[in-house]
Design a protein around this ligand. Structure first.
Ligand code: NAI
Ligand code: MG
Length: 327
């Protein structure tokens, strides 16, 4: 069986780290067909549109999409792309790797972020010169879908259970609905849960991240808290992510186009290559996914490093070292 993969390098270092991840995928004994597609600032400058229809259609029809980064047009690219793959959860692991200088080297947790609603539903209004409002949307169905995913994730990964981060003591209707729906699914499935207020979580995770393994969050909380965790594990060059839908997925590093280093050939490819490992696992290639992870971790521990990790190696040097460990 051939897996059809859309590849969208995008802008800036997206053009450098995405080919590195494709090289890693090509080195495996798996049949892929790659469809390269355009998106981002450079396309918007030419055509006025950051996400061409062909790119959207490819993402909406292929098995998976690997995306690098976009620049100023990021929101115009990523939000529709997440919708194209019908992604309801954003999986964001935050792990400190051996050999990487991290604020909290013991950090190893995964955020499961609701990816379709909350305050990011786009229902904002400017009602007068003085007043703007935002309608926060929470449905039982989306909360349950996230909870089912969290239960599967906990069972597959053999975790003890998961935390639910919320603020239902204040947002009783919306976060209350989210919490109740998640608790009910987890209870039916016999999966242990623990509640944590999202503001208190921010403190706890900084003081002792080992208290947490898997954390299910509403959309905004997941966005903010996972970026906070990025600060604990050695920076943005290290964080992968997966936008998972029922039939397809979108895999991307958390970082952006990094205009300050773009074109120099020194971007850290780790986040994108680990995102490719998540793509492999999504497609059922667990063994190959693990092999890629092991190769990346080995190189992070004692191989060449890009400048963000204190080394002077290029993206190509690091990618070559990862490929060598893979073979
Ligand atoms: P950024 O993630 O691009 O860069 C932040 C800092 O981290 C920079 O100093 C950069 O050099 C460094 N960095 C990031 N990834 C790195 C890597 N792989 N290797 C080495 N260093 C790395 O975020 P910033 O500067 O806030 O935004 C730059 C542009 O990216 C903006 O136009 C923004 O809109 C866009 N952006 C796009 C995202 C996406 O496409 N998913 C996400 C975040 C920002
Ligand atoms: Mg963010």
């Amino acid at each position: 069986m051939t897996h059809e993969i859309t590849v969208i390098p995008g802008d800036g270092i997206g053009q450098e780290v995405t080919p590195a991840a494709v090289e890693v995928l090509e080195a495996l004994e798996i049949d892929f067909e790659f469809h390269e597609a355009e998106a981002g600032d450079h396309v918007a400058e030419e055509t006025g549109e950051a996400l061409p229809e062909e790119t959207y259609d490819l993402a909406a029809s292929t098995d998976a999409t690997l995306f690098g980064a976009a620049g100023e047009t990021a929101a115009d690219v990523i939000l529709p792309l997440r919708e194209a793959v019908d992604s309801f959860v954003n999986v964001r692991p935050a792990k400190a790797y051996p050999g990487v200088d991290a604020l909290r080297p013991e950090t190893d947790l995964v955020f499961l972020r609701e990816n379709t609603e909350g305050v990011y539903s786009g229902h904002e209004d400017r009602l007068s010169d003085d007043l703007s409002t935002l309608t926060r949307v929470v449905t039982t169905s989306a909360s349950e879908r996230l909870a089912e995913f969290a239960c599967d994730f906990v069972e597959d990964g053999e975790y003890d259970g998961f935390h639910i981060a919320h603020k239902a003591n204040v947002m009783r209707e919306t976060d209350g609905r989210f919490r109740d729906a998640v608790l009910e699914v987890a209870d039916d499935r016999g999966v242990q849960t623990e509640e944590v207020l999202m503001d208190a979580f921010a403190t706890h995770v900084c003081l002792d991240p080992t208290q947490f393994d898997v954390v299910a969050c509403p959309n905004l909380a997941g966005d903010v808290l996972s970026d906070l965790a990025a600060g604990l594990v050695g920076g943005l060059g290290m964080l992968p992510s997966a936008n998972v839908g029922p039939d397809r997925g979108l895999f991307e590093p958390v970082h952006g186009s990094a205009p300050d280093i773009a074109g120099e050939g020194v971007a850290n490819p780790a986040a994108t290559i680990i995102s490719a490992a998540m793509l492999l696992e999504y497609l059922g290639h667990d063994e190959e996914g693990q092999a890629v992870r092991d190769a990346v971790e080995g190189v992070l521990e004692d191989g060449p490093r890009t400048p963000d990790l204190g080394g002077d190696a290029s993206t190509e040097d690091v990618t070559a070292a990862i490929l060598e460990r893979l073979n």
